[in-house]
Design a protein around this ligand. Structure first.
Ligand SMILES: *Cc1c(COP(=O)(O)O)cnc(C)c1O
Length: 395
């Protein structure tokens, strides 16, 4: 099976047993509990589960494991090239479980590279879960590692500036401390961090993996040992993925390669057109105008494009008519948002500045519409915003 191309596996992963079951769509199992007449055997299995081991046997209780969610987990693990994957109710629940695992293991210090998703930055900066953080540039990250450092955290491409970090170089420099890569923006369709030496991959599955703006989830791909810690934490803290969400996310994986390919081509074209537009002062897109990138790390530039405007960015968001003015990303429709107001609002202003997030920055998640329609909408919104009163936003 694994000899097939990756794009083929994206369709079939997590479904290889269906023909033998006489099924086409994967079964959606909504049970919260699973009856058994053998309580002694269940007690023994619960001991195994509470140590984080999934014995592959029949389920016991919805918080301990669900067959539909397991299908999504095994498919995602295969597509990221991981031993295991553990799914959660959201991307933040997944990150929280990783941080709790570090605390549980007595290595509560994290080295993190900005920018990160605003709420991830906030969770690390506040130390809400008992971790502490040292912020570092990628090239200095290894030097910030201490005896109690459990993890190095990075996003590449990063939210919202689309800055890339060389995952292979970072992982080699920080070994044996594992590097966690938030792969939400690239997805395994374009970038597989574990192949580059990263130890852990995190997704907000809410975004491209679901792909249609109608499901929340998070997932970690990692080795089986770390997965056990995560399952232990999920078992005890309860941030489980709902089975319907597991079903939707498994379905999302099957169209992920074609969605990413098409949306990325559109984003690259929008980036080129934005860069030539007089009302746009700066465009952030991986490799734009031949800028250097980490070698062989990511296939293309992805489907996100960010840009800074001379006009009032709020007016630009207010003026779009085809793009959806909304936070989040990764849907079939294109979305535009103002990071300082939304995704990165929770951060302290000086943290935002250190992360290079300008108040003039707008972020577009490119969907599957025709590029010319998106461009007409964006260009029209830029023109309308420029015709309004001068910007209130500081330069
Ligand atoms: C949205 C997002 C998250 C958080 O995920 P939720 O599913 O909203 O909890 C984490 N990282 C990145 C890069 C994101 O875009």
């Amino acid at each position: 099976m694994t000899s097939h191309h990756w794009t083929t596996r994206a369709i079939h992963a997590g479904r290889d047993d269906l023909v033998d079951l006489g099924l086409h769509a994967p079964p959606l199992d909504l049970s919260t509990t699973y009856p058994s007449r053998d309580t002694a055997a269940e007690a023994a299995r619960l001991d195994v589960f509470s140590a984080g081991v999934d014995d592959g046997g029949p389920p016991i209780y919805g918080r301990v494991g669900n067959p539909t969610v397991s299908r999504f987990e095994s498919a995602l693990a295969e597509l990221e090239g991981a031993e295991a994957a553990v799914a959660f109710a959201s991307g933040m629940a997944a990150l929280a479980a990783c941080l709790l695992a570090l605390v549980m293991r007595g290595r509560p210090h994290v080295v993190a590279i900005r920018p990160l998703y605003g709420t991830s930055d906030h969770l690390l900066e506040t130390g809400l879960l008992g971790t502490s953080v040292t912020w570092a540039e990628a090239r200095d990250a290894a030097g910030a590692i201490r005896g109690d450092t459990g993890m190095v955290i990075v996003e590449s491409p990063a939210n919202p500036t689309l800055t890339e970090v060389d995952i292979q170089a970072l992982s080699a420099a920080c070994a044996p401390v594992p590097v966690l890569v938030d792969n939400t923006f690239a997805t395994p369709a374009l970038q597989r961090p574990l192949d580059r030496g990263a130890g852990i991959v995190l997704h907000s599955a809410t975004k491209y993996l679901g792909g249609h703006g109608d499901v929340m989830g998070g997932v970690i791909a990692c080795d089986e040992l770390f997965a056990r810690s995560l399952r232990q934490i999920r078992f005890a803290t309860g941030g489980v993925l709902h089975p319907v969400a597991g079903y939707q996310l498994l379905r999302g994986l099957s169209t992920l390669p074609v969605r990413m390919q098409r949306a990325s081509a559109t984003a690259a074209e929008l980036a080129r057109r934005l860069a030539a537009h007089p009302a746009v002062t700066r465009v952030h897109y991986p490799g734009l105008n031949g800028a250097p990138r980490p070698d062989k790390q990511m296939d293309g530039g992805g489907a996100m494009v960010s840009f800074e405007v001379a006009a009032d960015p709020h007016a630009v968001v207010g003026a779009v008519r085809l793009l959806t003015p909304a936070v989040s990303l990764g849907s079939v429709d294109s979305l535009i948002q103002h990071p300082v107001s939304l995704t990165h609002h929770v951060m302290e202003p000086d943290s935002r500045e250190k992360a290079g997030i300008s108040p003039r920055l707008l972020r577009v998640s490119t969907g599957l519409e025709h590029v010319d329609d998106l461009w007409a909408d964006l260009a029209g919104a830029l023109a309308r915003a420029q015709a309004l009163a001068p910007s209130q936003v500081p330069a």
